[in-house]
Design a protein around this ligand. Structure first.
Ligand code: PEP
Ligand code: MG
Length: 571
């Protein structure tokens, strides 16, 4: 195949050189060869295919490479879909009405997929891909198609989509990059690819790459480009780029354990954003000092029942113990918006990001909230805990949440349960209301953590998942920069700790600015911690002329100014 360039949206950066493994399973040609029997015969074939598909997943669960709990949850979810009475009945009905088994499977998959795809929130829309993955697995069994074997070294996987179960099985030693046509930042496969550290692009038109299996490929995860069958000179130049990248990554990894101290001695705490205690080993390896955001909603999502006090206490305790005495900020349930869970009966809404979400749900479902607060307080006996409440808009919400926290403590006290009386109580500042009210909020809490992911969406009135208006979604927009500054100043003036756990905290370019604003802690995905630490080590806390930055009128000016600083410090 001749030189071909693909473009896509970067999800996980880095550079990779390897060999294309083009995964395009041609179901249509197998279906064309399929010989239909009578209805009973078709039904029997379906039952057998279903059994074999389940056996495959059971085998992955029991014998596959060590799976994270997130990966196990996904496979469990696929097993549940294979047991779903409605799904199975729809396929059997099709067969009884005279469809061939493959056609009936495809029809049932399409119907269920369309139902998910029509849903408003991104998380549920992404579940449409899970339905297709499960249907395809049954089809492969029915049609006697081989399971995709990903063998070889330095592989660049190019696919329309990769089933989560397959992605979970990709070895970090063999696969270097994943190029997907479908998928978004929150689809299960992409979550797994990111956790494994694969250079990942989504939204790539892979039709241009059909026939590229076995060809060399150069993947630039920062630029979002893939060059297939590159020219010789190009390959040489890219080799140099990889060497530089690896040298830099190696250098940063070696220094990951050192603290982030600026040239003039200002120390910033670098903490980890995690969704499960399983991620703590990687966080420690990347030099994170404790946790700045544990998204507890992942304990609740994909579960049919609310996790009880014992289950929650065990998870929070595990996190605190793994943090070895470092502060862990655990966020109370932030469900709603783009995050749904089956165990909570929440009605669909016109504007879920502006609706029944986070603390609003918790203050409505007080028993559930109280269980979480009791679990957190109980776990505090095993480490240093900060409890963080998301989506705070009013002083009344803080007071009510705090009263429930105090009630949980006094209940446990009277039950003779020991806990840490010094547990910190803080809030996420992520709405325009929290910017305006920051000085008042600071009177009631021990810390602020700035959630730029939501602060950008609410300040700019731009849905964080909507590609059509993504050009407005920018944390360097002066409106957001000024909002961040206002929160930081209010927190500093009140003498409380101010951190940030939105994506802006993990951007090395933003580090000198956030340091100049006086932030105490930056919390981020562990994989970017070494780079942010280095950015802090190579600048002074007064490098940024804050007055100047706060006077800029465009995001380009802010970015340009910070890039200028970066170039100066790396010269
Ligand atoms: C944020 O809003 O910045 C944040 C960290 O929370 P989430 O992304 O979970 O909404
Ligand atoms: Mg948020």
């Amino acid at each position: 195949m001749g030189r071909t360039v693909l473009k896509g949206t970067p999800v996980c950066g880095g550079v990779a050189m390897g060999v294309v493994r083009y995964l395009d399973v041609d179901y249509d040609s197998f279906i064309k060869e399929y010989k239909k029997t009578d209805k009973d015969g078709e039904l029997a074939r379906f039952v057998l295919a279903l059994k074999n598909a389940k056996a495959d997943l059971d085998e992955i669960l029991s014998e596959g490479e060590k799976l994270s709990s997130e990966e196990e949850d996904i496979i469990d979810m696929h097993l549940m879909l294979l047991d779903d009475a409605g799904f199975i009945e729809a396929i059997k009905r099709g067969i009884k009405e005279g469809l061939s088994c493959p056609t009936s499977i495809r029809k049932a998959v399409t119907d269920l997929k369309n139902m998910f795809a029509a849903m408003d929130d991104e998380y549920l829309r992404d579940r449409a891909n899970d339905v297709e993955d499960v249907g395809n697995r049954v089809l492969r069994k029915l049609l006697g198609m081989p399971e995709t074997k990903v063998e070889g070294e330095n592989l660049v996987i190019v696919a329309r989509d990769v089933e989560p179960a397959l992605m979970a099985g990709f070895s970090e030693g063999k696969v270097k990059a994943v190029i997907l046509e479908n998928g978004s930042k929150t689809s299960h496969s992409v979550i797994i690819a990111k956790a494994k550290g694969f250079v990942t692009l989504v939204g790539v038109d892979i039709s241009k790459a059909s026939g590229s299996d076995g060809c060399a490929a150069l993947v630039d995860g920062k630029e979002g480009s893939v060059v297939i069958s590159p020219e010789k000179g190009e390959e040489d130049a890219f080799t140099k780029k990889c060497e530089e990248y690896n040298k830099e990554a190696g250098y940063l990894a070696e220094r990951a354990g050192d603290p982030a101290v600026s040239l003039d001695g200002r120390r910033i705490k670098i903490a980890a954003n995690v969704a499960s205690p399983d991620e703590m080993d990687k966080a420690a390896k990347m030099g994170c000092e404790g946790v700045g955001l544990y998204r507890t909603e992942f304990l609740f999502m994909d579960s049919d029942v609310l996790p009880d006090e014992e289950k929650q206490t065990a998870a929070y305790r595990e996190l605190l113990e793994k943090a070895g005495g470092n502060l862990c900020i655990i966020r109370t349930l932030d469900i709603g918006g783009d995050k749904k869970c089956r165990c909570l009966d929440i009605m669909p809404e016109e504007n879920p990001f502006l609706g029944y979400r986070a603390i609003r749900i918790c203050l409505d479902k007080k028993d559930m909230f109280k269980t979480q607060l009791r679990s957190l307080v109980r776990a505090s006996a095993y480490g240093k805990l900060g409890i963080m409440i998301p989506m705070i808009d009013t002083v009344a919400e803080i007071k009510e949440a705090k009263a429930l926290f105090e009630a949980a403590k006094s209940e446990l006290r009277s039950e003779g349960v020991s806990f840490d009386e010094e547990v910190l109580f803080g809030i996420m500042t992520e709405t325009p209301a929290s910017v305006m009210m920051a000085a008042d909020f600071a009177k009631y809490v021990d810390f602020f953590s700035i959630g730029t992911n939501d602060l950008v969406q609410y300040t700019m009135a731009v849905d964080r998942g909507n590609g059509l208006v993504a050009y407005l979604y920018d944390y360097f927009d002066p409106a957001v920069v000024r909002a961040v500054y206002a929160i930081a100043k209010a927190g500093r003036d009140a003498g409380i700790m101010v951190g940030m756990c939105g994506e802006m905290a993990g951007d090395a370019l933003a580090a000198p600015l956030l340091m100049a604003m006086g932030l105490d802690e930056l919390s981020m995905s562990p994989s970017v911690a070494p780079e942010v630490k280095e950015a802090i080590r190579t600048c002074r806390s007064d490098d940024v002329d804050l007055e100047k930055v706060l006077s800029f009128e465009t995001a380009e000016e802010v970015r340009g100014y910070l890039e200028g600083l970066l170039n100066k410090s790396t010269c």
